[in-house]
Every structure is written in structure tokens, then in C-alpha cells.
Design a binder for this molecule. Structure first.
Ligand code: MSP
Length: 539
């Protein structure tokens, strides 16, 4: 056992805990919809696991060092720190507007992070994995990455940032011996086939590793905005080496001494890093190798989602083709924005944004299929059943709606577990659509005229219970709408507080399965739960 292993608790956290991270966002500009996309997904995942009764830690933050930020600050006539401080509030404001719940927000300029980076660096140095050498190559400042010729256009523009020319570098740097970890990484991927998801990203990584890993430089001589290298302060630490360690710093309890030992006490290894596909290599190759070198366990899972595109090209700050999430939320509300991106784009694939389509989808699903179904059923419950939840006539027998409702919970939970967020939404929506069909087929208004009160009550119960179940399982995606639906059904439940309030946990016990509505519960006066969206009128 090495000295490192002796001081650190390497045992995994129990399954009752779930920790998940967003990437740490560059603060070269205010956040855009692409940045919001990962964060919405992570928030939804965190909320799902809280709903399952787990203790959850959601981590986000900002990546503030490096040449890209240094240059942006310079262009704005600000000191780098002043620049970062200004932009960071743009992120926290957006998370609030988007109704994102995060437990930790780590800034890489935090002095505690400096201590963690130094501690980690010393471990890697002690493993003999750092040496000085000559670095030559094409560097994309927007990616903060050296590029191979095949990753550039003929005139050396980056494929991800076609408006940016890569810069030739020829300098003395310190290197990390990634090549030492070729076979250890290959064995790790083979033993942990679920580590990189979806499978297409795993294959991409395996193909890259198979071509042979090269050492990468972890210091810069021409960049001042970064932590000095502990063994040679003329250099600063490469921004990616620094940023990945933010995932460890974020785990420190407030007030705890910033050591790796303390950072790893409760939550490491985290369950999942959610990232975009452009930063897969750093997370799937560099990061595990760095952790192996430092003698630390590797996270359980990495999920690389696709890009939000505009006219087919990655939406990005460097390209300047972004969509302002704040304007979108102010116009349409946070639930609509969250729902559209998480339901409409298969998580893992690219997806384009189009405002008309956005409005059509949200109106069709949330205002019509779900909201309108609830509204007309509650109106009928007031008219035919005295404004309380009616009773189911029988255990359900071959009731088609109930048959769908009974299997919804397990299916949806599996979808969330595997990060198929779009599938979770689709399953729930299918229940709402079946509810509409059921109501039309069963025509309780006719049965009421015929005096068949038992049948009327049965039908209305089945529809109300379906909408409740849909609201419950959609709550990680549209928490506010779910709380409003619950209020219509006579519950005082704030889905934003799940996991914070033990009484709420007890109230929601058993709500993931069919049958939680109890007959006789008073229903609220019918109110539309979701206002239809409209395109702004052109002036
Ligand atoms: N700072 C690094 C991450 C360090 S993590 C230790 C970084 N930052 S970033 O701000 O450029 O990107 C952060 C995340 O936003 C990445 O996962 C990236 O894929 C994602 N997105 C940026 N633009 C995007 C789209 N247009 N669409 C979807 N996600 C996008 O990389």
C-alpha cells in the first residue's frame, strides 16, 4: 500500500447517494442555450434521483483560467479576475431563471481549488508521470487544445470553430505521461463497458486510444492566467489539467481544509459526468489516466450528449451563433424551455432549434395533451362527482388506461436511470395521449345522462390518476407544472422541494405507482395549468 492509498478512503459511496456533474463552463462569454442544455439535463437527473429517495449532490461551476479567458478579459479592458467575476453572475442568474437546483458551484479561481490542484500535482509528480519536453503543434485557443492535422482544415482552422485559426506553438512544456496508461486504460474500458455512454461515444474513444496515446503537455509558458506550476513557477498549469480537478474541489464540505483526502470523503467517485461530445477525450482518456496516476478511483459513468445546432452548425460562443436562453425563458417560462430541449432532442444526438417548432411541441404536449385533459376532467368531476376525487369501480380489470399507468413507473425510472430523458418524457406523454383517447372513447358525459354513475366515476378516476402519475414522473423536467397539476388535484406539493423536506418525502411515498389518488379528496376549482405559447408579434 502506498502512502497515498493509506490516507484516502477509496471505497465507493453507497447506492443511496448520487453525485452528478455538469462541465465547468468557460467564462469567455455569458452562457448560451448550449451551456444551459447540459445543466438542464443534470438538474433533471438530480431531481429524478431525489424523487427516488436518494441523497443527491449536483455540481456545476466555471472554468476560469487559460488563454481564452485571459484574451477575452484583455479585449474587454478588464483584469481576468474582474472579467470572471462579472460573467459568473450571468451563469448563476441563468440557473435561477431556469429553475436549476445545484448543490455546489465551483469556480476554478477559488483558493481552495488551488490547494487541491497542488496536492494532486504532487501526487502525479511522485508517480513519475511528469517530465519536461518540447511541445510543437497547432493549438486552438477556443478548444484550449493541441490539434492533429486531421482535426484542422487545410488552412489550419479548427473543425469545431471554423472561424478560428489554430496557432503554431513551439515551446518547452511539462508533459503528463499519458502513454504509460495505454494498456491500463484499455483494460479499464473493457472491464467497465458502461463507463462511456452512449455506445457511439465509447466506440469513438476506443478507436482513438487504439491509434496509440501520446503524452500531453500540462503547462504553459506564455499564459499568465493560471496557477503556477509547483515545481517550476515560470509555467502555469494547463487549463484542462486544472479544470478537471474542479470536480474534486467541488466535493469539499464548506469549511473543510482543502485536501484531496477531505474532498474524497463522501461522494467520490461521482456517479456521472454529463458532458458534450466535444470534450469527450478529456473526460474519457486524460481524466481517468490522471486519476490512475494519482492513485484515485475513476467515476462510474460519462455521458456525452450531442450539440444544439443552428442551421446545422454547433451553437457556440466562439462562433457567435447562439440563442439567448434568458430571452427564451422570459418569453416562454422555464418549464417550456426545459421540456422542449429534454423531450424533443434524443439525449446523445444533435438537435436543431426552431422557435415555431418549439411552440408547437410545447403547446401540443403540455397545454393540450396534458393541461387540457386535466382541465376538462376536473370540470366533469365538479359537475358529476361533487368536486372530489371519484372512486374506481373495480380493481381495473382490463381497463386500458390503467394497464398503461401500472407499468409507467418502472419504465420511466429505467429511462431516467439510463439518461434517456427524451424517452422518459415520451412515455409519460403517451399516457396523457391515451387518457385523451380513453375519455373520448368512454364518453362519461353520455354515461352520466344514462345514469351510470359508477362508470362515470371509474372513468374520471382513471383519467385523473393518469394525469397525476404523468405529473409525478415529469416533475424532474417540468417541476413547476407538476406542482400546479398536483394543486388542481388537491395536493399541496412543491416539487422544487423534493429532497429538502422530509414531510414532503412522506407525502409523496407511493406516488410513483398507479393508485395514489384517494377517493373523496377535494379537487381545486378548475384552472388552466399551462397557458398556450404564442410567437411574439413582429413589429
Ligand atoms: N471548460 C470546458 C469544460 C471543462 S470541464 C472540467 C468547456 N467549457 S464550455 O463552456 O466550452 O463548454 C461546456 C459544455 O457546454 C460542454 O459540455 C459543451 O459540449 C457544452 N456546449 C457548448 N456548446 C454547445 C452546444 N451548442 N450544444 C450542446 N452543448 C454545448 O468545454
Amino acid at each position: 500500500m502506498t502512502a497515498t492509498e493509506a490516507t484516502i478512503d477509496l471505497s465507493p459511496p453507497p447506492p443511496s447517494l448520487f453525485a452528478v456533474t455538469t462541465p465547468l463552463y468557460y467564462v469567455n462569454a455569458l452562457p448560451h442555450v448550449g451551456s444551459a442544455y447540459t445543466t438542464m439535463a443534470v438538474d433533471a437527473l438530480g431531481r429524478f434521483h431525489r424523487l427516488q429517495g436518494r441523497a443527491v449532490l449536483t455540481i456545476t461551476g466555471t472554468d476560469e483560467h487559460g488563454q481564452k479567458i485571459e484574451r477575452t478579459a484583455q479585449d474587454r479592458g478588464k483584469s481576468p479576475q474582474e472579467h470572471c467575476d462579472e460573467i459568473v453572475s450571468g451563469f448563476t442568474d441563468l440557473w435561477q431563471k431556469l429553475n436549476i437546483r445545484y448543490d455546489r458551484f465551483i469556480r476554478t479561481t477559488d483558493p481552495r481549488h488551488h490547494a487541491i490542484v497542488e496536492d494532486f500535482f504532487q501526487r502525479v509528480l511522485a508517480s513519475g508521470d511528469i517530465y519536461s519536453g518540447k511541445q510543437q503543434g497547432w493549438y486552438c485557443v477556443s478548444c484550449e487544445e493541441f490539434k492533429e492535422e486531421r482535426e484542422l482544415t487545410e488552412d489550419h482552422h479548427c473543425l469545431i470553430h471554423p472561424n478560428k485559426m489554430a496557432e503554431w506553438r513551439d515551446e518547452e512544456n511539462y508533459f503528463f505521461r499519458l502513454s504509460n496508461y495505454q494498456s491500463a486504460l484499455e483494460s479499464f474500458y473493457a472491464e467497465h463497458p458502461d463507463f462511456i455512454q452512449p455506445v457511439s461515444r465509447r466506440n469513438e474513444v476506443l478507436a482513438f486510444v487504439e491509434r496509440g496515446l501520446q503524452d500531453f503537455s500540462i503547462s504553459r509558458v506564455n499564459v499568465d492566467w493560471g496557477f503556477p506550476l509547483p515545481n517550476d513557477p515560470k509555467h502555469t498549469i494547463y487549463v484542462w489539467f486544472d479544470a478537471l480537478l474542479g470536480y474534486l474541489t467541488a466535493l469539499l464540505e464548506p469549511g473543510a481544509e482543502p485536501t484531496i483526502e477531505n474532498a474524497l470523503k463522501h461522494w467520490w467517485p461521482v456517479n456521472c459526468h454529463v458532458i458534450g461530445k466535444d470534450i469527450l477525450r478529456f473526460h474519457a482518456i486524460y481524466w481517468p489516466a490522471m486519476l490512475m496516476s494519482a492513485g484515485l478511483p475513476i467515476p462510474h459513468r460519462l455521458f456525452g450528449h450531442g450539440f444544439l445546432t443552428k442551421d446545422g452548425q454547433k451553437m457556440g460562443k466562439s462562433l457567435g451563433n447562439t440563442l439567448d436562453p434568458v430571452a427564451l425563458i422570459e418569453r416562454y417560462g422555464s418549464d417550456a424551455v426545459r421540456y422542449y430541449f429534454l423531450k424533443e432532442i434524443e439525449f446523445g444526438r444533435d438537435g436543431d432549434f426552431n422557435e415555431t417548432r418549439f411552440i408547437n411541441i410545447v403547446n401540443a404536449d403540455l397545454a393540450n395533451d396534458l393541461g387540457n385533459l386535466l382541465n376538462r376532467t376536473i370540470k366533469m368531476a365538479h359537475k358529476y362527482c361533487g368536486g372530489t376525487v371519484p372512486a374506481l369501480a373495480s380493481a381495473g380489470g382490463n381497463d386500458p388506461l390503467m394497464a398503461l399507468g401500472v407499468v409507467l413507473g418502472d419504465r420511466t425510472a429505467r429511462a431516467y436511470e439510463s439518461l434517456a430523458l427524451h424517452e422518459a418524457c415520451q412515455g409519460v406523454l403517451a399516457l396523457a395521449q391515451a387518457g385523451n383517447k380513453y375519455l373520448d372513447d368512454q364518453a362519461p358525459w353520455t354515461k352520466f345522462k344514462q345514469g351510470d354513475q359508477v362508470a362515470v366515476e371509474h372513468i374520471l378516476y382513471a383519467v385523473l390518476e393518469s394525469v397525476r402519475l404523468a405529473a409525478y414522473w415529469l416533475s424532474p423536467i417540468v417541476p413547476r407544472l407538476s406542482s400546479t397539476i398536483y394543486a388542481q388535484l388537491g395536493f399541496a406539493i412543491d416539487f422544487d422541494r423534493v429532497g429538502l423536506d422530509s414531510v414532503l418525502g412522506e407525502q409523496l411515498a407511493g406516488h410513483g405507482v398507479w393508485g395514489a389518488l384517494t377517493a373523496g379528496q377535494p379537487l381545486a376549482e378548475p384552472q388552466p395549468v399551462f397557458q398556450k405559447l404564442e410567437l411574439p408579434v413582429a413589429v
